[in-house]
Design a protein around this ligand. Structure first.
Ligand SMILES: [Zn+2]
Length: 386
């Protein structure tokens, strides 16, 4: 389903998920019907204003995560608001535990900041309206007034902090727990433990809300937590597996690349592809296929050296597929020459991820991730060529 782009805040695209429409339905039932005893156009407008402000706080929460992530050099794709809240999609890079904690806490910190800002305003409102006891402040929430709006907004932010700090993936508290466990038992075991804790908590939450509160909405949230925790656990296991695979195992031996003095036309033997340029076994550049195709239009007499990209980026055979993938991603490179003791050993291209995938067969999600990765590489390279 298509999302609607609201705008951008400091390079972060803010989107609205179609399910957000349900929010208006909620406002109508909550404030537009007789059940609340406040029915009327004023009550509906009050509901719209309140819900609008609550979602502004949700957005603030997600931007808190986003800006902290950007501060640590993690790319943020976008922030999407849906009926169940907000999600900031960031580049999947495992950072140091301390960084992960800071990114996770930056969201709830925004809600705490809103609460700190609201508290004196609510107190001032209470004093000017002659409120004496704590109970009278709580009762403010019952009506349709500025005071009610302020109190509800305060509650909503407190609830966001409490809920998000539950130690359950993908909630912020779950990320903090994982980071702390990572320090003690390592990332993979830490994640596995955090996932189990989160799922147990989600099941407990569902039982409590069904039996005592008779509220089925929490069951949906619990299911969401269980599924997301599962996905997170799988992603980290996949990452661990990719860290154990050596890139040398997947490099393609292409007869030693191409020499700088050779005519450019030689590059097309065996079809257009990206080639490592080697001189006595050493990598001295990259010959990108789009450059070759571009230059050969007029049947030129250029040599490989005239067209090659002298910017040498290589990987060594012992590096993990995981690290190499991140380097390629960061540098926006489709192919990377693999060397051993400085000697060229073959080329590793994004297409080779298909073979990597065969070694990761126990991971059902891996196939899609690998295909996505190859597609995003291709898009990146295309955008770069234009
Ligand atoms: Zn959060």
């Amino acid at each position: 389903m298509g999302t609607f782009t609201l705008g951008r805040v400091r390079d972060v695209e803010v989107k609205l998920h179609p399910s957000f429409g349900l929010v208006f339905l909620y406002v109508f039932f909550q404030w537009g019907t007789d059940a609340s005893g406040l029915a009327g156009i004023v009550a509906v407008l009050f509901g719209l204003l309140l819900v609008g402000l609550v979602f502004a706080c949700v957005l603030l929460h997600e931007l808190g995560h986003s800006f902290m992530a950007m501060h640590f050099g993690v790319r943020v794709h976008d922030v999407t608001l849906s009926v169940i809240g907000g999600v900031a999609r960031t580049e999947h890079v495992p950072s140091r535990p301390s960084t992960e904690v800071l990114i996770a806490l930056a969201g709830p910190a925004m809600n705490v900041a809103v609460m700190v800002a609201l508290a004196p305003v609510i107190l001032l409102y209470g004093v000017t309206h002659g409120l004496a006891s704590g109970g009278e402040y709580v009762d403010l929430a019952l009506g349709v007034s500025v005071g009610s709006l302020l109190v509800w907004l305060f509650y909503a932010n407190a609830l966001m902090v409490l809920f998000n700090m539950l130690p359950a993936f993908p909630l912020d508290g779950g990320r903090v727990l994982r980071a702390v466990l990572t320090l003690v038992v390592g990332r993979e075991t830490g994640t596995r433990t955090a996932v189990l804790v989160g799922q147990a908590l989600a099941v407990a939450l569902a039982i409590v809300s069904l039996v005592w509160l008779q509220n089925p909405a929490a069951v949906l949230i619990a299911v969401f937590i269980v599924v997301m925790a599962q996905a997170e656990g799988r992603a980290v296991r996949l990452e661990g597996a990719m860290r154990r695979l050596r890139v040398g195992q997947f490099a393609l031996w292409d007869m030693g690349g191409i020499a700088p003095h050779q005519p450019l036309a030689y590059a097309l033997r065996g079809g257009p592809r990206d080639l490592a340029v080697t001189d006595r076994g050493r990598v001295v550049g990259m010959l990108w296929r789009h450059d070759v195709l571009h230059e050969l239009h007029g049947g030129s007499r250029l040599t490989v050296a005239d067209v090659m990209d002298p910017d040498v980026v290589t990987a060594t055979v012992d590096e993990s597929v995981y690290d190499v993938q991140h380097r390629m991603n960061r540098l926006n490179r489709w192919a990377i020459p693999v060397t051993e003791d400085g000697q060229y050993r073959g080329i590793f291209t994004a297409d080779r991820f298909v073979h990597v995938y065969h070694h990761l067969a126990p991971f059902p999600l891996a196939a899609r991730r690998m295909t996505d990765l190859a597609a995003s590489f291709r898009q990146g390279v295309r955008a770069w060529t234009r």
